[in-house]
Design a protein. Structure first.
Length: 257
């Protein structure tokens, strides 16, 4: 009787351990695998404009189609990241079939622990909650001017630079951002205007890529209107003129999600 009870306890313990392991594995997969339709892949890459020799990351790469398409069409170095070993196996097989194994690699990693600071382009098809967790890391770690594209889900209060419906895929939405430099505060710059270059001191307030503040040119102080960053390049209007300049990059400060 005691032996039977012990056997039952051992079996129950084994089953519980197995179920717990399965549950943990399931929780670790923050995003279910749903393939991005090829027309959406093409639109994401069209917006991001990857250039030969640049580095593209796909977080939650699934079967590797974004990375593989980018390598074939734009001749970039592609890195796909996924926590699911089956997806990594499938991605590697697809890369071999496509003949791009010299330009791509796929890593079985937790995307929250991934260092993608060298990315020129970051692609995502994740969930809103996952995007929200990644947003501070994107802003803090990625270089100004890097491009971010997301299928279906945005980045909350960091409004996209472009939002494009993909008609060939039931109007699925692609969002596009250019990572802004951290520029808040005072900077001495050279402004480009239709009349030529002018020295100025800018006093800036920043909300992601949108900028407000003042521009002091000589003895004249102007209110900045419609200020917008593309990386470290600022365009704004003041007193009926359009100004552009390249700003010195300050220490990055990520905004809370």
């Amino acid at each position: 009787m005691i032996a039977q009870n012990m056997n039952r306890l051992l079996v129950s313990s084994a089953v519980l351990t197995m179920l717990t392991s399965l549950a943990i594995a399931q929780v670790q997969k923050d995003v279910p695998f749903v393939p991005t339709p090829q027309p959406v892949v093409e639109e994401m890459l069209r917006l991001a404009e990857p250039k030969e020799g640049e580095i593209l990351y796909d977080l939650g790469c699934g079967d590797g189609r974004i990375v593989i398409t980018a390598a074939k069409k734009y001749n970039v170095k592609g890195i796909g990241v996924d926590i699911d070993p089956q997806r990594i196996k499938e991605s590697n097989e697809n890369a071999t079939k496509a003949g791009v194994t010299d330009r791509v690699k796929f890593l079985e990693k937790n995307l929250f622990e991934m260092d993608f600071s060298d990315a020129d382009v970051l692609c995502m098809y994740l969930l809103p909650s996952v995007n929200a967790k990644l947003k501070p890391k994107i802003l803090a770690d990625m270089k100004p001017g890097a491009r971010v594209v997301s299928h279906a889900f945005d980045l909350g209060d960091w409004k996209p630079d472009k939002t494009v419906p993909v008609k060939e895929s039931n109007n699925r939405t692609v969002y596009f951002w250019i990572v802004p430099a951290q520029v808040e505060g005072t900077s001495d710059v050279t402004l480009k205007t239709p009349q030529g270059e002018q020295k100025a001191t800018l006093n800036l307030k920043q909300n992601y890529q949108h900028v407000a503040g003042t521009a002091k040119i000589g003895a004249k102080e102007l209110q900045i209107k419609d200020g917008k960053l593309a990386g470290d390049r600022l365009t704004f209007s003041a007193d009926g003129e359009t100004y552009t300049c390249q700003l010195p990059v300050k220490t990055r400060k990520s905004k809370a999600a």
